[in-house]
Write a protein that binds this ligand. Structure first.
Ligand code: GRG
Length: 325
């Protein structure tokens, strides 16, 4: 039994699953409201087909891990403030989920990963068409920033600005989108002979920290921003997010190697089929699992340094390291 899967009285998986489900429900309510057919002030009209595609790409059963992290981090740092400002906190958390969903819609496109299945259902371009999927992703991305800019999210303009800037940096050219670009380049798409690039371990880590790590890191930092934490606490929360982001990616690579599509809710075996280098392909399954254990321990140290009751986030760190879907 690895450290990450060993029972530990300081974690509570049932409570975590209940909280994850509860926050997912609140976020889905917020997504439904945001995707209402009625135009907002300054909008003209909202085409039905676009809204249906946006709903298909968002209300399709994701784990809602990123919004959960925003809420759980805010709750840990300032439970009273987080409780009193719950509706705004859920709006902030929903903005991150909209960006995540957009990235999945675009990642599944024929020109990117060309996937037919996402969260166990047809991808948006399969259920609709490619142009509609591109537009649905574009509109989800802009809607995220609309949510964050609205005073209903936070009465504090500095908080709104920090959330907007942080999300833009995590999701944009130097974050998630940049990571996707490096990933496409690694597939050999831009080299004359289309040959795969042999990435070094350091290059793989950098790519992953951008493509998937940046948004998870920011989810934790956003919780600290929302409750107006001091800069050192904000940095520590971002570090926690960075560590669990690394663990998330290794677990994702292991799922690709070890899980059946029915369990994963998406196609698996894709990395090997494409000859794609991951930390798992580079170091092997046993070393990847050992790294997950080390990352879980580091995440726990980080929480201990914050000096709060971090049992819920300790459970999250363990869930991320041991998840099978
Ligand atoms: C196309 C702009 C653009 C970016 C794509 C995030 C990303 C960049 C692509 C996703 C490809 C992928 C499957 C990466 C592995 C890690 C990952 C983000 C998995 C999906 O996240 P989960 O497990 O999904 O949180 P759910 O469905 O639960 O929300």
């Amino acid at each position: 039994m690895t450290a990450a899967s060993a029972p530990d009285a300081s974690t509570n998986p049932d409570l975590f699953q209940a909280r994850l489900a509860q926050i997912a429900g609140e976020v889905e309510g917020e997504i439904r409201r945001a995707l209402s057919s009625a135009p907002l002030p300054l909008e003209i009209t909202r085409p039905d087909r676009l809204l249906e595609a946006m709903r298909h790409g968002t209300l399709n059963g994701g784990k809602r891990l990123r919004p959960y992290l925003v809420v759980a981090c805010a709750d840990m740092l300032d439970p009273d403030f987080a409780r009193q400002n719950r509706a705004g906190l859920i709006r902030a958390a929903t903005a991150l989920e909209l960006v995540h969903c957009y990235s999945l819609v675009h990642d599944d496109l024929p020109s990117m990963d060309d996937d037919d299945l996402r969260r166990g259902q047809p991808t948006v371009h399969k259920a609709f068409d490619e142009a509609t999927a591109i537009l649905a992703g574009d509109a989800l991305l802009t809607m995220a920033f609309d949510l964050l800019a609205d005073p209903a999210t936070s009465a504090d303009a500095q908080v709104r600005l920090d959330l907007i800037t942080g999300l833009a940096r995590a999701a944009g050219a130097g974050g998630m989108v940049g990571g996707q670009m490096l990933d496409l380049a690694a597939e050999g798409r831009h080299s004359p002979d289309q040959a795969q690039l042999q990435l070094s371990e350091q290059q793989i880590r950098q790519l992953q920290s951008m493509k998937t790590g940046a948004l998870l890191r920011f989810a934790c930092e956003a919780g600290a921003i929302y409750v107006r934490s001091a800069p050192d606490v904000r940095s520590k929360m971002a570090l926690f997010g960075q560590i669990i982001g690394q663990a998330f990616q290794i677990a994702d690579d292991l799922i690709d190697v070890e899980s059946a599509p029915a369990t994963a809710g998406k196609a698996t075996g894709k990395d090997a089929a494409k000859g794609k280098a991951t930390l798992v392909s580079l170091k092997g399954i046993a070393e990847a699992r050992a790294e997950l254990d080390r990352l879980t321990a580091k995440a726990e140290d980080c929480l201990a340094e914050l000096g709060r009751d971090g049992h819920e986030l300790r459970t999250v760190a363990r869930f991320i390291a041991t998840r099978a879907f």
